[in-house]
Design a protein around this ligand. Structure first.
Ligand code: PXP
Length: 243
C-alpha cells in the first residue's frame, strides 16, 4: 500500500495580495474554505509580528469556519504564545522570524535556545496543541527538537529548492533523508516544507518518513495563472452588458 502524505495549504500569499491594497479582497478566509473543500488536509497560516499578510481576524475566522486542521506558524514570542493559547489551533509550528526577511529564512535554532523553546512547547502542549518545529535538516537540531518535547519537526526544504546543480539537489535530498530517518528513530513525526513547487516536490514526497508537506507560494502562484482566463472573460462580459 502506498503511503499518503497530508497537504497543508499555506494561504499567506492570498493575504499578501489583499494587503498590497489594504482592502478586503482576496480574502484568505475564502481561500481557506476553497482549499479545504478541494481536499487540503490542513490550512497553514503564519501570523507574523509585523502583520504583513495574515491578520488576527483571519486566524480567528479561519479557526471558526475550517473543520480540518489549522496549523499556525508563529515565532516563539510571548505575544504569539498568548494568541495561540486563546485561539487554540490544532497545531503550532514554531518558526524563526526577522522583520527584514522576505520569507522565513533558515530553520529555527532550537539547539541555541533550548530553554525558551522548551517553555513554549510545554505551554502549547498543556493546552492540547500539537507542536511542530521548523528546523534545518541537521542532526543537532533534530536532537534538540526531541529534547525540548516537540511532537514533530518540519524539515526546511529551502536549500533543496534553491539548489541548481543535480549534485547539489541530490546532496540536499540526502541531508533531508538522514534527518528524517534520525527524527523518526527518536519518535518525532516528520514533516517538510518551504520552496516546494510542482516541479521539485516529487523527490521530497518520496522520502519515506515524511507524513506532511506545507506548501504555499507555488499553489497560490498557480491559482493566479489558472484563474486568470476566467477572470478576464467575466470582466469583459460584465463591461459589455452581457451578464
Ligand atoms: N513551512 C513553513 C514553516 C513556512 O514558514 C513556509 C513559508 O511561510 C512554508 C512551509 C511554505 O513555504 P512556501 O510558501 O515556499 O511553499
Amino acid at each position: 500500500m502506498s503511503k499518503k502524505i497530508r497537504l497543508g495549504v499555506n494561504i499567506d500569499h492570498v493575504a499578501t495580495v489583499r494587503e498590497v491594497r489594504k482592502t478586503f479582497e482576496p480574502d484568505p478566509v475564502h481561500a481557506a474554505v476553497i482549499a479545504d473543500l478541494a481536499g487540503a488536509d490542513q490550512i497553514t497560516l503564519h501570523l507574523r509580528e509585523d502583520r504583513r499578510h495574515i491578520q488576527d481576524r483571519d486566524l480567528m475566522l479561519i479557526k471558526e469556519v475550517i473543520h480540518s486542521k489549522i496549523n499556525l506558524e508563529m515565532a516563539a514570542t510571548d505575544e504569539m504564545l498568548s494568541i495561540a493559547l486563546s485561539v487554540k489551533p490544532h497545531q503550532v509550528t514554531l518558526v524563526p522570524e526577522k522583520r527584514e526577511e522576505v520569507t522565513t529564512e533558515g530553520g529555527l535554532d532550537v539547539a541555541g535556545q533550548k530553554d525558551r523553546i522548551k517553555y513554549v512547547v510545554e505551554k502549547l502542549k498543556k493546552s492540547d496543541i500539537e507542536v511542530n518545529l521548523f528546523i534545518d535538516p541537521d542532526e543537532n537540531q533534530v536532537k534538540a527538537a526531541f529534547e525540548v518535547g516537540a511532537d514533530a519537526v518540519e524539515l526546511h526544504t529551502g536549500e533543496y529548492a534553491h539548489a541548481i546543480t543535480r549534485e547539489d539537489k541530490e546532496n540536499e535530498i540526502e541531508r533531508l533523508k538522514e534527518a528524517a530517518k534520525y527524527g523518526k528513530s527518536l519518535g518525532l513525526k516528520i514533516y517538510a516544507g518551504h520552496g516546494l513547487t510542482y516541479k521539485n516536490v516529487g523527490l521530497v514526497a518520496r522520502i519515506e518518513e515524511i507524513e506532511e508537506l506545507n506548501i504555499g507560494h507555488s499553489i497560490v502562484a498557480n491559482a493566479v495563472l489558472k484563474g486568470l482566463t476566467d477572470a478576464v472573460r467575466e470582466m469583459k462580459e460584465l463591461i459589455n452588458g452581457i451578464l
